[in-house]
Design a protein. Structure first.
Length: 261
């Protein structure tokens, strides 16, 4: 029994504010029953003399009704009883109308609140772009900050359809398309030492994602063997401290080669 009570209590506390407003705004069945009762009391007080007429003596039914009304409203106990019925009916009717009126106001306020346009919250990217614009180096960035700075730079130099692979397979952190083709980007040595294995895996990702080239933008947090292996696998090795300058030189060079081709 106690377990059931705790479950019901938990369910009631889990209601959202909108659901609570909706429940509070819904007219209760008791209010409508109260309205019916108020009409019933007033109606009974109105037809009571007609019922008394059946027990009155007279030649015609109209004469009996007149006698019944005189009896009902001049006899002390019947007049008090009918007056109480009328007063109770009017009070219940007015109280029910008051509850329904307040309920309609709450309903209107909740609808107006829901219809108000919500101010868009700034996204993480929008909030951090101004800081990224001022970064000329990716050396002291976190992995996410370096990605945002690189995405912003690539958009400025004409790249489109920039995407992040869902699981960063083969060490590919970004894939971007331009008029020169499809390119894979890797941010290495940002949070840990860049190894030869990661470079070899990245070179495989170039073929897997069908990219023209795979560019490794790495910090100084890399071994000499890693840089040597990148050169052997024809993976352009871009210094993270001067990434914008070196990327600009790289893309200028391949554009000039395409012009001569």
């Amino acid at each position: 029994m106690n377990k059931q009570k705790s479950i019901h209590h938990q369910e009631s506390t889990m209601l959202t504010s909108d659901e609570q407003i909706k429940r509070a705004a819904t007219p209760l069945h008791s209010v409508w029953l109260q309205l019916i009762l108020s009409f019933g009391l007033i109606f009974y007080a109105a037809i009571c003399p007609l019922l008394f007429a059946f027990f009155m003596s007279g030649n015609t039914y109209g004469h009996k009704i007149m006698q019944a009304m005189h009896y009902a409203w001049t006899t002390r106990w019947t007049s008090i009883l009918l007056s109480l019925f009328i007063v109770a009916g009017v009070y219940l009717f007015a109280d029910a109308l008051r509850v329904l009126y307040k309920n309609s106001i709450r309903t209107r306020q909740s609808r107006e609140k829901q219809e108000l346009p919500k101010e868009p919250k700034p996204t993480k990217k929008d909030a951090s772009v101004p800081l990224m614009i001022m970064r000329a180096s990716l050396e002291n960035c976190t992995h996410e900050q370096a990605l945002e700075a690189l995405i912003f730079y690539l958009e400025q130099i004409g790249f489109n359809d920039i995407e992040k692979p869902p699981s960063e397979d083969y060490g590919v952190h970004l894939i971007a398309n331009s008029n020169e083709g499809r390119f894979a980007f890797m941010l290495g040595g940002v949070t840990q030492i860049l190894t030869m294995t990661e470079i070899e895996n990245f070179a495989t990702g170039r073929a897997y994602f069908e990219c023209r080239d795979a560019l490794c933008i790495a910090t100084s947090n890399a071994t000499k063997d890693t840089k040597r292996r990148a050169n052997e696998l024809f993976v352009p090795y871009i210094d993270a401290a001067h990434y914008s300058e070196e990327l600009s030189k790289y893309f200028t060079s391949i554009r000039s080669k395409d012009a001569f081709a």
